[in-house]
Design a binder for this molecule. Sequence first.
Ligand code: ACO
Length: 433
Amino acid sequence: MSDKATIEINGKKYDFPILVGTENEQAIDISKLRAITGGVTTIDPGFKNTGSCESGITFLDGEKGILRYRGYSIEELANKADFLEVAFLLIFGELPTKEELDQFHEDIKENSIVDDDIRKILDAFPKAAHPMGILSSLTSALTAFNPSNDQINNIDYERSKKALYDNIVKVLGKIPVLVTWTYRKKHGLPLEYGDNSLGYVENILKMMFKKPNKDYEENPVIVKALNKLLILHADHEQNCSTSTVRIVGSSHAGLFASISSGISALWGPLHGGANQAVLEMLEAIKADGGDTKKYMAKAKDKSDPFRLMGFGHRVYKNFDPRAKIIKVTADEVLNDLGVEDPILDIAKDLEKEALSDPYFVDRRLYPNVDFYSGIIYRAMGIPVDMFTVMFALGRLPGWIGQWREMRLKKEPIGRPRQIYTGPNHRTFKSVMD
Ligand code: ACO
């Protein structure tokens, strides 16, 4: 295998090193291209073929449908691990010992109190506000209540390390409270604090669903399903929201501010917002008589903006391994809870038709993680506009781990180039003249 690539520009040849990852992925390192060619740059809208960093966190092979966190397969983690164990793994690089995991959980619990003034900010939101907008704003507001320095600096590295750890456990402690408060406010329920005797996932469910003046009964089927969903969502290398978190953090903005931006990036229907969009699409098909063929035709019609939500992925071109796990989980959860959801049948019909339709086969469009996750969330009793918020909850360890890696590696500020296509120089003439 060659260790260099040669690019010829206007008859002149330039050599560039080739980087090889631990799974033998190759990348041409063009970081010096502009300097040595006197101003030539590259262009790649949507970064379809641009690596932004070297990362040791998540490996995925879109052709083979492989997804691994720190070397562990997603199938094994989803079926055997606890979400907090996976969070520790993603953030710090290795699975925790029992003592480390217990300490991590203790620290998260200790840091889960949310300042009462945050309640006042929450109260100021109109009832119709989308939960993702509320969550992003409240996460950003946390900065004002936690002004500790979460920068990593060379001068006082030990102090920085401690401040960073404190902020990590604060994010994992406080954001679930904000998520459940957002849900409770929308449903006119009094706000709940956590129950420190419970596991992380169990506590989230209790904070969300505990009815006033009623005992709360835990449902192990729902706990297991949420644990799995959170693990499946925990990281996905340099996707839109994670790249946002890294690029915001690259300006040395703090962890809360960076994660708040990640939440906004996740909100869009082409990314995490797809789980809400899928459910709304399935509902619309049902309300329209359940004619899946009609919607397949709309999805293929280039003059119609309709897309089959939950289908297609930037990197998975054979199957999304998370979708495989989630499809089985959706069946299990609906069976266990005795829920008969006609939406699931519509989803299965659409999937079947798409998998044998040349339009989808030729473009290698397969169901992604969001195609079935909404059906599970709905069976759990989570409202549609909270689906993406649940995704954000799961993605926290990934965002934190990627932010921490970027800062520890002292990556430079993210600042892409462009090719200017606007007017050439012209003279200003005021309308006032
Ligand atoms: N329905 C119909 N056609 C589609 C779909 C779809 N869901 N997805 C892609 N296509 C078509 C495009 O129209 C395009 O066709 P063309 O080549 O004839 O012009 C071709 O497939 C390639 O599509 P792109 O948009 O160029 O692919 P890209 O990699 O940029 O986008 C994306 C990937 C955004 C996920 C896209 O497939 C999509 O919009 N899917 C629906 C939204 C969705 O489910 N998003 C969740 C992704 S998973 C996640 O973020 C957690």
